[in-house]
Design a protein around this ligand. Structure first.
Ligand code: GLP
Length: 240
């Protein structure tokens, strides 16, 4: 893992954005997967600015989901898809035919998983993935003690994830399951970016980077990937 420590969130976001811009210059038609939590929002802002300054173009890229809350679709406030629509796809005029996302409202989630895995087979492997990390070490919705050799699948959410989830929604939702790319997708991705900021993430960042590598802390499995760049602010890096 290559660890990059920024003085603050703004700098972390700029550094991660510059890394992504470089990757797109090398492969303009990259297949990307972007996390929809709070952490990458600053990175997205930098990418939008860079695009407006003609320093990068996503016109040839394709985008797939990292994860989605089961029960929520693109129209639902707080869904991963709606977060990305608002903070990335719409400001960058990314067209619908560049995007392939899980529909968490589908009545056939197995089919959603199959469709995603087929899409990745056709257009993959994933070139670049931007991950946040849950307080319990989850990546996407690969929760503690997740399956290590799974592709897309549906999971029962961990208690920590359910508790933290309230921050994404203005009204209470009863969310118990998620649909996610599997650890196998993440480990087969060419270029992995892991972003974390703030004091709250310091413990899990320590476990991710310095802890024993095992599925109990899914993010620690990234120690076994040969191209991971970790972008932290000083607070998230304070226990390293
Ligand atoms: C969420 C999502 C992840 C996200 C992670 C961290 O629950 N399932 O995709 O990356 O947890 O979220 P945040 O960046 O808001 O801390």
């Amino acid at each position: 893992m290559k660890i990059n420590i920024a003085g603050n969130y703004e700098e972390l976001s700029r550094m991660a954005a510059e890394h992504i811009i470089k990757a797109i210059h090398q492969k303009p038609n990259a297949l990307l997967s972007l996390a929809g939590g709070s952490t990458p929002l600053g990175t997205f802002r930098h990418l939008i600015d860079a695009s407006r300054e003609n320093r990068v173009s996503f016109a040839q890229c394709r985008f797939i989901s990292l994860d989605e809350w089961v029960g929520l679709g693109g129209e639902d406030e707080g869904s991963c898809r709606s977060t990305l629509d608002q903070h990335f796809f719409e400001p960058l005029n990314i067209s619908e035919n560049q995007i392939h996302f899980y529909d968490g409202r589908s009545s056939d989630l197995i089919e959603e998983c199959d469709k995603m895995d087929l899409f990745i087979k056709e257009y993959g492997p994933i070139d670049l993935i931007v991950l946040g990390v849950g307080l319990n070490g989850h990546l996407g919705f690969n929760e503690p003690d997740c399956e290590l050799d799974a592709y897309s699948h549906v999971v029962e959410l961990d208690d920590v994830t359910r508790t933290v989830s309230v921050k994404y929604f203005s009204e209470q939702k009863n969310l118990n399951h998620g649909i996610t790319l599997g650890m196998k997708h993440i480990m087969e991705t060419k270029d992995v970016l892991l972003l974390a900021d703030g004091d709250k993430k310091a413990e899990i960042v320590k476990a991710t980077v310095l802890g024993e590598m095992n599925g109990h802390v899914p993010s620690s499995l990234l120690q076994g990937h040969n191209r991971v760049e970790v972008f932290l602010d000083e607070r998230a890096a304070s226990l390293l």
